[in-house]
Design a protein around this ligand. Structure first.
Ligand code: MN
Length: 200
């Protein structure tokens, strides 16, 4: 099988986000859940290539729906691992990102509140993301349902938080708000700031 996509290495060890996320929680999320999205996206591409080679027709509506779920699952998890860092390295947003957050949300505490509200109110499973509009440079929150609904086209993802139950249930059970609150202790502000200027 061709590996169109590969599971990226974690930028830290499985124990390095403790006590916010346990080794067991992080390991199953990365090795089982993220890996499944990579595998499914690759399988779908392989299937598409085969159908094209054989000159058959593909049910594009179904294929595209399945692909967008799995490829975004892979891309968002890759961003999620980079959105976190061991607690001692977390700190505060850098100057440029900090200014933008102040201008667009009225301050860091207001931003955190709205980000957590975005995560808390996802219908079913989904994500909270801090994004930047490619046209205006404005920062906006995005609430993604599943992995692929309600996305703004072309917006740059700066910081994402997984609000699927599988992201926190081992450690936080039904108290997802506690995970969203604790997430700020391990946010990788440096990586978010870098994405302001860089492509990913
Ligand atoms: Mn997840």
């Amino acid at each position: 099988m061709k590996n169109f996509y590969v599971l990226p290495e974690l930028p830290y060890g499985f124990k390095d986000l403790e006590p916010i996320l346990s080794e067991e929680q992080l390991k199953i999320h990365y090795e089982k859940h993220h890996n499944a999205y990579v595998k499914n996206a690759n399988d779908l591409l392989e299937k598409l290539d085969k159908v094209h080679e054989e000159g058959r027709e593909v049910d594009l509506r179904a294929w595209e729906k399945a692909f967008s779920f799995n490829v975004n699952g892979h891309l968002l998890h890759s961003l999620f691992w980079e959105s976190m860092t061991p607690e001692k390295k977390s700190g505060e947003p850098g100057k440029k990102l900090g200014e933008l957050i102040k201008d667009n949300f009225g301050g860091i505490e207001k931003f955190k509140k709205e980000f957590m509200q975005t995560a808390m109110t996802v219908e079913g499973s989904g994500w909270a993301a801090l994004t930047q509009c490619p046209k205006t440079g404005r920062l906006l929150l995005m609430q993604i349902e599943k992995h692929n609904m309600n996305c703004y086209a072309g917006f740059k993802m700066l910081l994402v938080m997984d609000a699927f139950e599988h992201a926190y249930y081992i450690d936080y059970k039904n108290e997802k708000g506690k995970f969203f609150e604790a997430f700020w202790k391990i946010v990788n502000w440096e990586a978010a700031e870098k994405r302001l200027d860089n492509e990913y």
